[in-house]
Each structure stands twice: as C-alpha cells, then as structure tokens.
Design a protein around this ligand. Sequence first.
Ligand code: HEM
Length: 499
Amino acid sequence: MGSWVHPNCDIDNMFCVSLLSSMGIVIVIFTIFCGWYLLLKSLLRKNKAPLPLGTFGLPFIGESFAFIRACKANKVLEEFLNPRIAKYGQVFKTHLLLSPAVSLGAPEGNKFLFSNEYKLVQASWPRNVTRLLGGGSIFSKKGEEHKQARHVLMAFFGPNGLQSFVPRMHKTTIAHFAQFWEGKDEIMAGNSIKHLTFSLAMDLFMSIKEGPDFYSLQHHMKAYVAGMRQLPLNFPGTIYRKAIISRENLFGTLDKVICCRRKDIEEGKISTCPDLLSILISTPNQEGHLATNEEIKDNILSLLWAGHDTTNCTLTVILKYLFLNPHCLQEVIKEQKEIEVAKAGALLNWDDTRKMKYTWQAIQEAMRLQPIVQMSFRELLQEFEYGGFTIPKGWRLFWQVGRSHMSPEFFPNPKTFDPSRFGGTGPPPFTYLAFGGGPHSCLGIEFARTEMVVFLHHLVLNYEWSMVDPNEPIAMDPFPTFRKGLHLKIHKKRSSNFL
Ligand code: HEM
C-alpha cells in the first residue's frame, strides 16, 4: 500500500540530508582546526615561561567576593594578599572584578609597573566608574590624551598654580571651625571634616560659597559617589541608575556655572585665574586646544570625586594617630607654634605650608599605617614576561598601596607610628605608595597636602581632642571610614587669633 506523501517532502528530505552533511563537514573542520590550534598553542607555550601560580576561583565571579570582603574589613593584606603570597609566591594570578589579574609584588613590581605606563600597561578603571566619570575625564584618557589633560590640570594643581590659593584655604578653614567646632565639647569629626573639604573644593574649583548651588551639588554628589561602588545595573530604582540621574543633575548646575563664567571672562569682568574653572576655560593644552564644556564638566566631577572623600578620610585617620601618640602631637604643636609666631596674625601662605615638615611627615606616616586608596588596576597592552612568568595581553595588573608598607625590611618596627621615617631621604623608592606612582600618580597631592596641613595648623593650636572610643572600628567604604563618624571630645585651648 502506497503511503501518502506530500509532494514537497522529498525535496525537504534531500535538503535536510544535504544540510546535515554540510554541518557535519563544518563540525569536523572546526574540530580539526581547534585541535590544531590547541596543539600549536601548547607547542608555543613549551618555549614560554609558565603562567603565574594562583587560582581564578569561581567561574565568572573569580575571587572577587573574597577580595571585596577583605577590602571592606580593612584587611586586604592579612586576609587576601598574605595567604596567597604564602601559597603561590610574590607574583600570583587571580580573577577580580570580571577579569584575570596578576599581582606583581613590591617594590620591584611597582617599579616595573610605573616605569612601563603607556608602553606595556595603561590605566584601566572598571566600566561602572568610567560610565559615571565620562569620556572627557582625566581618568578616562589614555596615552597622549592623558598627558595633554594632565598638563592643563597641572596649571591649577601644580605648585605654581596652587600658591595663590593658600590664604583662601586658610580663611575657609577658620570659618569652618567657627561655624562647626566653636562652643562645642563633642563633635562627629568625620561629618565636619567632610563638609570642610567639600567647601574648599567648591570655593577653589568654582568660587561657589554656601547657597543653593552649593547645597544642590552637595546633595547630588552623595548619590553620584555611591554609584561608583556599584555594579553597572542601570535599571529603575538601582543605586547605579540614581547615580546616573545625579550626574545629569550635577551637569545641570555645572552648565549654568560654566556658561556664566565664560560670559564674565569674555566681557573682561573677571580675572582668568580666580579658580580651577577659569583656568580650565582659558588654558590651552600643548597642542593649543581649549577644553570643551563636556570635558570641563567631566573633569570637575572627577576631581570632586577623587579629592573629596580621600582627603577627609585621611584627616580623620591622622586625628586618631596623633591622639594615640601624644609625643608626636607635641612635635606637631611645636612646629605649628613657631610658624604662628613668625606670621604675627597673617593668613598662611604657600611657603608657610612647606615649612610644616614634621606635620607632613606625620600625615604620611598615618597613610602608611592606614592606606586611604587601597589598590588600583592597569590593563596589559601586550604579553610580557615578568619574574619567570608569562603575563598574557588583556589581563590586568593590580597593585596594592599597602603591600610594602608593613615590611620590616623597608619600615623597621612597622606597627609603630614614627613620622621621622619620612625625614631625610625618606623610604626607599617604590615602597611607599599612598599617592601612587608614575605618570598616573596623584594629581592632587599638593592640593591635599596643603588642605591637610592648614587644617592641622588651626586645629592643634586651638583645640585639644580625645576619641570617645579609641578602638572605634574603621570600615573601608571604599576609603577608611570610622564606623561611628569619629566621635571626639573637644576642648578649646584659647580664643583663636582670627576670631
Ligand atoms: C589624601 C588624599 C589623597 C590620596 C590618598 C590620593 C591617592 C591617589 C592615588 C593612590 C592615586 C593613583 C591611582 C592610580 O594610579 O590608579 C591617585 C590619583 C589621582 N588623584 Fe589622588 N589622592 C588624594 C587626593 C586627591 C585630591 C585632593 C585630588 C584632586 C582634587 C586628587 C586627584 C587625583 C587624580 C585626578 C588622580 C589620577 C591622576 C592620573 O591618572 O593622571 N587626589 N590619587
């Protein structure tokens, strides 16, 4: 009995057979090719140094959770680095924040990394951060473009640029103490100092004093900065989405401020260097180009982000170490008194701040014991060999600020707070990295140094302080933050010369 067959069925069957056999051929060719490729790769690898020891951890997540947990607990060295160094050696591989990564060791690894910027490695920030910083930001620039951006910003952040702003910093600091510390016997120092460093940035970056623009920027900065610590989940209701919206709101205010300033400069109503904004508007890069509004906005936001919490967290850490080491505090007071006597009531200037050598040593020592920025990443531009290992292109190098800070070889009695380590020629090169190193080292180091010594000048001459809980724990958020806000008892020693 003949079966009923659709007239198109034979054609379909033939088509299926030929499709299957073609696919079979493709699969066979693909398999041969892959086998050949793997064989070739393994033959080539035989002549190459091996990959560093270490583990990539879980699929996709890698060792990110262990790393983030150690960072948050302020125990990167003890809980993440040291166990791996003990197991795998100074150079080891891991998998962090969605990418294979290698730690090179210190100080040799630091030297290697910083001297190969632009050549073998380049700065690399996670996508969640670059999306919020914007393409015009110095943090997003690579190679030649980075050099150009840095050149323009140094017109403000270099010693020559900053000199004229020191008396203004001192004045704002005095006003801050009068508003927030005067008449109090207790204070949450973390909040107060955060407000001061924000006020200084507002004033020196854009000449914005407390008022509607100040409060609007302060409000939106909070949500913006919170987004930097999130995965880039851009959905309604996520912290990341809120940060993106805040960036747009911040841009709204900045647009208005930049527009007014351009007009004032064009009409000759204002000098071209009363603050960072005017300098950015009027300073061409080495190729003669002026910055666009987008670049100016991206950079101002980036600098507010990079310079605000870093400096205020550092100041709180210093207050702790000076309180716990009264003999060092006495040295700081002695130095500041000598400067004050010589000033005879005038506001501090640049030269005064450079005379505050012991105070600066105490700040550096506090940052040795408690690094503020914990680590950073670089992306590998090409494969290279280091320490007997092959490091493949596309992996990331991650360096840790504190890796050599506790080494007795470079810092004898490493747990002791001893500012004099930074006297003379200071620690050996590439062992102390609180402000990074190489072409991407901290752009704001002189700005931060000046803010901090001016703050300490006023504080130690006018106030005594004690920590309500000397064991108040510090969490990394992402910078060292006292869990209770650094609760201090304060006592005014005398009425200030300036009040
Ligand atoms: C005590 C306070 C500060 C600490 C501990 C600190 C630390 C650092 C570190 C470790 C780096 C290097 C990051 C890397 O290599 O990937 C860096 C870079 C940077 N810092 Fe700071 N910083 C501080 C204050 C500031 C201030 C006040 C500003 C500006 C207002 C600033 C702006 C920058 C910028 C723009 C970069 C990137 C430079 C570049 O890529 O060329 N920092 N900082």
